[in-house]
Design a protein around this ligand. Structure first.
Ligand SMILES: [Zn+2]
Length: 163
């Protein structure tokens, strides 16, 4: 389990070991190209923790290159509708891989997240961005950010998880 939290504790993100494993596998398979997908989940009652319940691989119309990733949209709307009606789970944000890079958002990443925050069809004013960085062999670094409509991505610090 991975837990990330903002310094003021107003926003957190929880990721199960199962989804960490899934993301790691997709990154290793894509290396040296970028890859990514969406984060699905729900918020707790106090609305200060996003609990990820699943991640998607890149949709089939995505474009992957060593320093660029365009996450496609094919099938996404239907998938999100099904999740909402069946399980009350919804779009929480994006994850993507920086091969040989650092787990920090680029200027383009920040701009894309601002677009999503203001896009009506996502209904997600504070999307999360999870960036995974590393090589095909070494353990990957995870960086988590919440993207507020008003400003740049806010970093969520990794917390020691009780085991
Ligand atoms: Zn990026």
């Amino acid at each position: 389990m991975m837990l990330f939290q903002s310094a003021d504790r107003r926003f957190g993100l929880r990721l199960d070991a199962r989804d960490v494993k899934k993301i790691t596998k997709l990154c290793r398979r894509a290396f040296p190209n970028e890859t990514g997908g969406i984060l699905i989940g729900r918020y707790n009652e106090r609305h200060d923790l996003a609990e990820i319940t699943g991640i998607s691989p890149p949709p089939p119309d995505s474009h992957q290159a060593p320093t660029a990733f365009y996450r496609g949209v094919q099938g996404l709307q239907r998938c999100l509708q099904r999740l909402w009606h069946g399980k009350r789970q919804y779009y929480i944000g994006e994850w993507h891989f920086h091969p040989l890079g650092t787990p920090e958002p680029s200027g383009r990443d920040a701009a894309q997240m601002r677009d999503i925050a203001t896009a009506k069809n996502y209904r997600c004013p504070e999307p999360v961005l999870l960036i995974v960085a590393g090589t095909a062999e070494r353990p990957l670094d995870f960086g988590a950010y919440v993207c507020l409509e008003s400003g740049g991505p806010l970093k969520l610090a990794a917390q020691e998880s009780p085991t």
